[in-house]
Design a protein around this ligand. Structure first.
Ligand code: TRP
Length: 334
């Protein structure tokens, strides 16, 4: 029997899950477990490339885990783990750093953006972040990497690193592909609908979080930026705000865009916006309730993390050993 293909993704534990990350990504992940062997890492080591408050970071990791499980990622069918619990990530990252070029890292748009935004802390970890991400992916011989469009460049660099390494040492790594879902891949900010919804913009009300209260969600949608027309028509270029709302409503309800346009024919934004808000509230309600319940079950979450790290380690160590052998590291004598 051919073994299942492998999926791996990493989730930053900084900031909560957003409507954008849910609709654009996580919602589609639960169904993948039938067909693929899925690994999801909460990437605490990537998180510290920006300064983190230790207590918050600790809390966020449990919250993220609870939210992922509540989003349908069953912990038996998926391997859910914390990156730093599997030391092979740090170990392989060092090796891959030595096969990743300064010029390649300098061209990463995420590095350029992040260092422009925070010139107080342009640390070496931020620069070599993609080598650690490559290690995350290559350790599990991942075939597919579900990510947002902004991460495509990192997955492509991972391929380049793997290809280079394989060229020297033979077939060690599987070359991964980015897996970018078409539907709802780009949910836009409610206040600045030309920009992707991002948790770094929570403050201005443009970003809706999975754990937001129903009141907050409805308020955010009522305040959503639209345009000076009144008709509910899908036209992302001249009506980015309304089109984003149509897209969100369509994904939440399973209705097509044309159906949504028809449903609101002759109605204005004042009718449309609260209905979209309510659809999001109802979509999130069971997830939020489940996540809230899980967050208080610390022993259960610890069990998930324990078995996740054990399972992930088995695969990761196999790849790391092979790499060490190929590059000429000596095995530690028993
Ligand atoms: N860099 C990714 C992000 O910012 C997170 C990440 C870390 C990741 N390691 C990964 C994504 C491995 C996919 C695969 O969203």
């Amino acid at each position: 029997m051919q073994s299942k293909k492998v999926i791996l993704s990493g989730i930053q534990p900084s900031g909560a899950l957003t409507l954008g990350s849910y609709l654009g990504a996580i919602r589609n992940w639960a169904a993948l477990a039938d067909e693929y062997n899925c690994y999801y890492a909460i990437v605490d080591m990537h998180a510290i490339t920006a300064r983190q408050d230790p207590a918050t970071l600790r809390k966020m990791q449990y919250e993220h885990l609870a939210q992922l499980i509540a989003c349908g990622l069953d912990s038996k069918e998926n391997t859910l783990f914390i990156q730093s619990h599997v030391p092979a990530h740090a170990q392989l990252a060092w090796v891959l750093n030595c096969y990743t070029m300064f010029g390649e890292l300098s061209r990463m748009t995420q590095f350029k953006d992040k260092s422009a935004k925070n010139d107080e802390n342009i640390n070496a970890g931020l620069f070599t972040y993609p080598a650690l991400q490559a290690a995350d992916i290559l350790l599990y011989q991942a075939d597919l990497v579900p990510v947002g469009a902004d991460q495509k460049q990192h997955v492509e660099l991972t391929r380049d690193i793997a290809f280079r390494f394989n060229g020297i040492y033979g077939d060690v790594f599987k070359l991964p592909e980015p897996y970018i879902p078409k539907v709802g891949a780009r949910i836009m900010d409610l206040q600045t609908p030309t920009k992707k919804m991002s948790k770094s913009e929570v403050a201005d009300g443009g970003c809706v979080l999975l754990m937001d209260s129903p009141d907050d969600i409805v308020r955010a949608f009522k305040r959503a930026v639209t345009d000076s027309e009144t008709n509910v028509r899908f036209d992302p270029v001249s009506k980015p705000g309304v089109s984003n709302l149509i897209q969100i409503y369509s994904v939440c309800t399973g209705k097509t865009i044309a159906d949504v346009e028809k449903e609101f024919e002759g109605k204005g934004y004042g009718d449309f916006k609260p209905v979209v808000g309510d659809a999001v509230v109802e979509l999130f309600r069971p997830i939020r309730e489940e996540a809230q319940k899980l967050i208080s079950e610390r022993a259960y979450l610890d069990n998930v993390l324990r078995s996740g790290a054990e399972k992930a380690s088995l695969t990761a160590i196999t790849t790391l050993r092979k790499v060490y052998r190929k590059i000429g590291f000596l095995e530690r004598p028993q």
